[in-house]
Design a protein around this ligand. Structure first.
Ligand SMILES: [Zn+2]
Length: 153
């Protein structure tokens, strides 16, 4: 196995650690904590799915821009498993912080910008980039069908 898995939260690491966070309401804090915990689950689903089909991959691959959650070097495919809360998926899972809404909106916007920059950098290096959304993994087969198509292409 090419796995180097480690426990980590799924939120984009760089600016979260860099600055103290403003207070949020107790309810929002609860949602955030629950989302951070839950966000490790979707990655596991993706990894199990690929592993069961014999694909070799690297986890949390720091040598590539954006540190893809799952990277398949042989196939030049980088998979980002996006938590719907931190990456503001249109499905609306998790809601919106109301306290310091502007701060959080700016942070969410930075997450999106950073992802776009990283995806562009990866493509420049000849990698294909695919995003798998947390909510779509309720149907793992369905969520992974486009990934399999890319792997077989
Ligand atoms: Zn979603």
């Amino acid at each position: 196995m090419g796995e180097t898995g480690s426990m980590r939260t799924h939120e984009p690491a760089s600016d979260f650690a860099a600055q103290p966070l403003p207070p949020v309401s107790a309810a929002t804090r609860k949602v955030m904590q629950a989302n951070r915990r839950r966000d490790t689950g979707p990655e596991l689903k993706v990894r199990r799915f690929l592993h069961a089909r014999g694909y070799r991959f690297r986890v949390d691959y720091g040598r590539l821009p954006g540190r893809p959650d799952v990277a398949l070097p042989k196939h030049r495919l980088a998979i980002f498993v996006h938590g719907c809360y931190w990456h503001r998926h249109g499905c609306g899972r998790g809601g919106q912080p109301r306290t310091n809404a502007e701060f959080w909106q700016a942070k969410f916007d930075r997450n999106a910008d950073r992802h776009e920059r990283n995806a562009a950098a990866l493509r420049q290096l000849g990698w294909r980039v695919v995003v798998v959304w947390e909510c779509s993994l309720r149907d793992v087969e369905g969520a992974m069908a486009p990934v399999l198509a890319l792997l077989r292409a």
